[in-house]
Design a protein around this ligand. Structure first.
Ligand code: NAI
Length: 357
C-alpha cells in the first residue's frame, strides 16, 4: 500500500495554514441510504474522517465524482470494475471500503494492479440475520402478513389463516456457519427436531445443541421447514432446483436469507403452482440489482418472475433486510471507520478485513 500521496497532501495542508492539525481523510460514499449516513456520522463523532454521501451508485460513469477523495465506501450493487478502478486510481483513491461482507462486485485483480486496497466487513451480526429468518418463518406460518392487511380493512375473518404448531416439527438447516448455527439453536428452542447439512459438519456443536447432521436427501424428505444458510458458490448455485423441490415430500416452508441464486426462481414458481410448498419466505432474490433497496412504488416492475412470486399469498418477500439492525449497522460503521483511520495513519487494516485476489 502506497500512502505517500496522502501524506504529501496532508503535510502541505498543515504547513500552508501553519498548524499541525492533520487534514481529515476524504471518503466518498455511494448508494448511501439515510441509515448509512446516520450510523457512519455517529461513528465519526470526532470528525477524523470527512464524508460525502452520494445516493447514486459507483460505476465507471460516476467514478469521476470520487475526485479528491482518498477512499470510496461502497455496497453490494456498486459496480467496481476495472474501468471504474482505473478512474478511481487516476483521481487519487487508494482504498475501496466495502460496507458489507461480499466482494463479488469488485475486480480484485485490477485493484491489486492499480495498488488500490479493498476491505470489507466479514461479520457484523449473525444474530440479525438468524432472527430475521425466524421472523420470516413465523410470519409466513401464522399468516401475519395477511391478517395485518385484513384487519386494517376491517376484515376480521380468519379463513385461510390456519398455521401449524412449530413444536414437534422437523427443521432442516442447510449451512451451519455462524448464521445457520444460531438459526438452528432458536428452532431448537421451539421444541423442534433439527436436521443439519454442511460441507464441513461441526459434530461437537451438533451434539451440544441436540442437532443431527443428515444428507440433503433426508432433509428434503423429512423437513417441515427448510432454511438456507450457505454462501453462493458454483456448488450452491441453484442448490434448490426442480429435482430438489420435487423431493420435498412434506410440502415444507422454504426460507432463504442467504443469497437469491441458491434457488432457481423458475422452478420455485412451478413448485408453488403445483402446491409442492406450504410457503416461501425470501429475504434475497436471484436478480436483486435495480429492484432491492430501491423505491419503485411510482415505477414499473420489469421482472416478470418477481411479479409472479408477489401474486402468491403464501410467498413473503423482504428486500435483503436481514442485516438491518442497529447493532449490525453500528458494527459495519465501526469496522469501516477503523480501517479508514488505519489507512490515514499508514497502519495495517483490521485483521481479516482486507480482501486480496
Ligand atoms: P459462514 O461462512 O459462517 O457459514 C457458511 C457455511 O456454509 C459454512 O459452514 C460452510 O462450510 C457452509 N457451506 C459452504 N458451501 C457449502 C455447500 N456447498 N454445501 C453446504 N454447506 C456449505 O457464513 P454466515 O455468516 O453464516 O453467512 C451465511 C450466508 O448468509 C452468507 O453467505 C450470506 O450470503 C448470507 N448473509 C445474508 C445477509 C442478509 O442480510 N440477508 C447478511 C449477511 C449474510
Amino acid at each position: 500500500m502506497d500512502f505517500e500521496g496522502f501524506f504529501e497532501k496532508t503535510l502541505h495542508a498543515a504547513t500552508a495554514d501553519a498548524t499541525y492539525v492533520m487534514k481529515s481523510m476524504k471518503v466518498a460514499f455511494y448508494d448511501a441510504k439515510p441509515y448509512d449516513e446516520e450510523f457512519f456520522t455517529r461513528q465519526n463523532r470526532s470528525g477524523e474522517l470527512d464524508f460525502t454521501f452520494h445516493a447514486f451508485r459507483l460505476n465507471e460513469s460516476t467514478a469521476i465524482t470520487a475526485q479528491d477523495n482518498q477512499a470510496v465506501c461502497v455496497f453490494v450493487n456498486d459496480n467496481v470494475n476495472r474501468a471504474c478502478l482505473e478512474l478511481l486510481s487516476e483521481n487519487g483513491v487508494r482504498l475501496v471500503a466495502l460496507r458489507c461482507a461480499g466482494f463479488n462486485n469488485v475486480d480484485l485483480d485490477a485493484a491489486a494492479e492499480l495498488g488500490i486496497s479493498v476491505t470489507r466487513v466479514p461479520a457484523y451480526s449473525p444474530h440479525a440475520v438468524a432472527e430475521h429468518a425466524i421472523t420470516l418463518f413465523l410470519t409466513l406460518n401464522r399468516r401475519i402478513h395477511r391478517s395485518y392487511n385484513r384487519v386494517r380493512e376491517l376484515n376480521f375473518s380468519l379463513n385461510g389463516l390456519v398455521g401449524f404448531d412449530v413444536y414437534g416439527k422437523t427443521v432442516g438447516i442447510i449451512g451451519t456457519g455462524k448464521i445457520g448455527k444460531l438459526t438452528a439453536r432458536i428452532f431448537r428452542g421451539f421444541g423442534t427436531e433439527v436436521l443439519a447439512y454442511d460441507l464441513y459438519p461441526d459434530e461437537k456443536w451438533a451434539a451440544e445443541d441436540g442437532i443431527r447432521y443428515a444428507s440433503l436427501e433426508e432433509i428434503y424428505a423429512e423437513s417441515d421447514v427448510i432454511s438456507l444458510h450457505t454462501p453462493l458458490t458454483p456448488e450452491t448455485h441453484h442448490l434448490i432446483d426442480e429435482e430438489e423441490l420435487r423431493s420435498m415430500k412434506k410440502a415444507p416452508c422454504l426460507i432463504n436469507t442467504s443469497r437469491g441464486k441458491l434457488i432457481n426462481t423458475t422452478a420455485l414458481i412451478q413448485a408453488l403452482k403445483d402446491k409442492q410448498l406450504r410457503g416461501v419466505a425470501l429475504d434475497v432474490y436471484e436478480i436483486e440489482e435495480g429492484v432491492f433497496f430501491e423505491d419503485l412504488s411510482h415505477d414499473v416492475l420489469h421482472d416478470d418472475e418477481l411479479a409472479r412470486l408477489l401474486t402468491f399469498n403464501n410467498v413473503l418477500i423482504t428486500s435483503h433486510q436481514g442485516f438491518l439492525t442497529e447493532e449490525a449497522l453500528s458494527e459495519i460503521a465501526r469496522v469501516t471507520c477503523k480501517n479508514l483511520i488505519q489507512l490515514s495513519a499508514g497502519k495495517p487494516f483490521l485483521e481479516g478485513t482486507e480482501v486480496e485476489r
